[in-house]
Design a protein around this ligand. Structure first.
Ligand code: SAH
Length: 280
């Protein structure tokens, strides 16, 4: 039986109507699932985290190869399905709850088709943790934002933040027809490999504050886009223009600046701020 028939059969048998709010579109293309497992080079030593296990098609494939699979699922109806279907695998731990809230045991890899509604918080949740690699499916538009180059439409705060924490590779497209129920948009497989900050910034936490502020005004020239940040860090009004005019790239738009260039501008800014603060 193909995965599409299997999905319809299970949903019918358990009287489950998929909830849109929980992003319940099940990936019913076995080849795509196998590819994701290959991209993560899953082997018998791996502790694999799966977020939003759904009906368990990916879970059971992972369980055949990995040492341990930690499958998180929020919907009690699907927990029932998973518990019944995965009974024979002793190396699967099913955790009920919201991935962003439950305590997750140690893992070294992630392979998942997660709920798309939480793509962004999930990614930041993940990037705060230590792991070797993650292979995830995302909506195509979101995936493109992760790997966009400076100056293109999809480039923004998300791109810069992720770039600072991981190497991102966009792999295969998954057409929307590979899911049931069929969603509105296509998906894409993304490979993430965590890394240290690829360029030097004087203060990481403050750099991400800076990024957040300037990308809320990403179409403005940097000299204007940084003024809310300068106000926030306590620079007096009369000094703001002077500082803004003294940093590199101040006449370019935030959306056109590469992460490294933003880093340079920020470092220069921090030096100026230290000088100004000394005079207070
Ligand atoms: N991975 C499965 C299911 C994808 S649908 C597959 O490929 O077929 C997304 C799944 O995530 C659904 O089963 C949904 O119930 C679950 N989910 C939604 N929000 C969640 C959350 N906050 N934490 C954990 N699971 C969640």
């Amino acid at each position: 039986m193909g995965l599409l028939e299997e999905t319809k059969r299970i949903l019918y048998a358990y009287k489950i109507y998929p909830k849109r709010k929980l992003g319940q579109n099940f990936l019913v293309d076995g080849k795509a699932l196998d590819k994701m497992i290959n991209y993560a080079s899953i082997n018998e030593d791996d502790y694999v985290l799966e977020i939003g296990a759904g009906l368990g098609f990916l879970t059971e494939r992972l369980a055949e190869i990995a040492k341990q699979v930690i499958a998180i699922e929020i919907d009690p109806r699907l927990i029932r399905v998973l518990t019944n279907r995965l009974r024979k695998y002793k190396n699967v731990t099913i955790l009920k709850g919201d991935v962003l809230k439950v305590d997750v045991p140690k893992f070294n890899k992630v392979v998942s088709v997660p709920p798309y509604s939480i793509s962004s918080p999930l990614l930041f949740w993940l990037l705060r943790r230590k792991f070797e690699c993650a292979v995830l499916a995302f909506q195509e538009e979101f995936a493109k934002r992760l790997a966009a180059s400076a100056g293109v439409k999809d480039y923004g705060r998300l791109t810069v933040s992720v770039y600072c924490h991981a190497e991102v590779d966009l792999l295969d497209a998954i057409p929307k027809e590979s899911f049931w129920p069929i969603p509105e948009v296509n998906s894409m497989i993304v490979h993430l490999k965590p890394r240290r900050m690829p360029f030097h910034v004087e203060n990481e936490e403050e750099f991400f504050d800076f990024i957040r502020e300037i990308f809320t005004q990403k179409n403005k020239k940097l000299r204007n886009a940084i003024s809310p940040f300068l106000t926030k860090v306590g620079i007096p009004k009369e000094e703001i223009i002077k500082v803004a005019d003294s940093i590199p790239f101040n006449y370019r738009r935030a959306r056109d600046l590469m992460p490294e260039e933003l880093g340079l501008a920020f470092n220069e800014l921090i030096k100026k701020l230290q000088d100004i603060r000394k005079t207070f």
